[in-house]
Design a protein around this ligand. Structure first.
Ligand code: KIV
Length: 264
């Protein structure tokens, strides 16, 4: 695989070519993903749940994220690497800059932040200072206490309309990727259609430009909980490399996510 950049993702969107992505947290899996030609990886703050065994992502620190970003980059030089900014590490634009610099120095190509149009100034500040941004909308897990649980977002018309406006505002502020989590497929399709930047979905149907899975869900080994929209690709293949390859193929062909793995 040649080194993947944001320009590739933009081109794939224009060509209607779907792409897969996965979370990764260590060098061994990062290398396996590179060997299987996974174009995009995310060092997700989901590591709080799948590595640290916590019930949500809030306790994850910037030092945790820097450590795992460094590990993943050490095993993989080709995938476009996004790294999550953890809870309260981007509460102000200045704080976001300081913490994003740590992730970029650890090897990230892009940082991901959770939230709507209140992040416009932060996105502008980061992108003007050469930090590419992915903006995460929908079920943003750092807001679990505001949402009252891990719940589908954007079912009501006013909330759906607001998410569309947020996505446009974040794109106009400079966000180069939008990630949608747990939103009805129809809303994800609407946002994907209206934006010129690539949209990556998780539990958001198959109209988005890309898909992402938490790697532990892809292998069916998550400790406590397997979201309904996820699929255990290891069960079908019995081999981790084949499981990753099957996931990539099924995303590219549009076979995954199918109706059984989609939120209506
Ligand atoms: O932290 C994470 O793994 C994520 C994915 C669920 C997209 O944000």
């Amino acid at each position: 695989m040649k080194k993947v950049t944001i320009n590739d993702l933009m081109l794939w969107k224009q060509e209607g070519r779907k792409f897969a992505s996965s979370t990764a947290y260590d060098a061994s899996f990062a290398q396996l993903f590179e060997q299987q030609e996974m174009p995009v990886l995310l060092v997700g703050d989901s590591l709080g749940m799948v590595l640290q065994g916590l019930s949500d992502t809030l306790p994850v620190t910037i030092d945790d994220m820097v450590y795992h970003t460094r590990c993943v980059r050490a095993g993989n030089s080709k995938s476009l690497l996004m790294a999550d900014m953890p809870f309260m590490s981007y509460a102000t634009p200045e704080q976001a800059c300081d913490n994003a610099a740590k992730l970029m120095r650890a090897g990230a190509n892009m940082v991901k932040i959770e939230g709507g149009d209140w992040l416009v100034d932060t996105v502008k500040m980061l992108t003007e200072r050469a930090v590419p941004v992915c903006a995460h909308l929908g079920l943003t897990p750092q807001s679990v206490n505001i949402f009252g649980g891990f719940k589908v977002q954007g079912r009501e018309q006013d909330k759906a309309d607001r998410m569309v406006r947020d996505a446009i505002a974040l794109q106009e502020a400079g966000a180069q990727v939008i990630l949608l989590e747990c939103v009805p497929a129809e809303l994800a399709a609407r946002i994907t259609e209206v934006l010129y930047v690539p949209v990556i979905g998780i539990g958001a149907g198959n109209a988005t430009d890309g898909q992402i899975l938490v790697m532990h869900d892809m292998f069916g080994i998550s400790a406590n909980y397997m979201p309904k929209f996820s699929k255990n690709f290891l069960a079908e293949t019995g081999d981790m490399r084949k499981a990753v390859s099957l996931y990539i193929d099924q995303v590219q062909s549009g076979e995954f996510p199918d109706a059984a793995h989609t939120i209506a």
